[in-house]
Design a protein around this ligand. Structure first.
Ligand SMILES: [Zn+2]
Ligand SMILES: [Zn+2]
Length: 139
């Protein structure tokens, strides 16, 4: 088991993660950009069985993003803690920036890269993907 932890900004919500089957990616879709305010969101995806909320279950509230997806965030500090998608009920996604650990997965792909902003000047070395699904190779 590769352990990691996650917490919201104020610390009310804390979670433990098992990263054995986790992966990471960057997403440049307009939903990620508008919900984060950033050029792209970096996600950690893992099986729900590897995600445990240790504190603050009652401090979480939910925003229904679409008919499929929901964002769970801290009602005190507003930090996004995790997201769920009914199309992938056994997976949770966490913004990688709230996760700490010694062996975090390296994001390997930029999804929806062709939907991204033009002003991002960060060096982007991972694979690029786009098209209708956001996952078709652009490299
Ligand atoms: Zn908080
Ligand atoms: Zn996205």
């Amino acid at each position: 088991m590769t352990a990691a932890a996650a917490n919201c900004y104020c610390g009310a919500v804390r979670a433990s993660l098992d990263l054995s089957e986790a992966g990471a990616l960057h997403c440049h879709c307009s939903q990620c950009r508008h919900l984060s305010g950033a050029a792209f969101s970096t996600w950690l995806n893992l099986p729900k069985a590897g995600f445990r909320i240790d504190a603050g279950v009652d401090d979480l509230t939910v925003f229904t993003v679409s008919e499929n997806t929901a964002r769970h965030f801290c009602r005190h500090c507003g930090a996004h803690v995790y997201s769920t998608d009914i199309r992938e009920p056994d997976i949770v996604g966490l913004p990688l920036g709230i996760v700490t650990g010694d062996a975090l997965p390296q994001p390997d792909t930029h999804y929806y890269f062709d939907s991204g902003v033009t002003w991002c000047d960060v060096a982007l070395s991972a694979n690029k993907a786009g098209g209708a699904t956001g996952q078709e190779s652009l490299d």
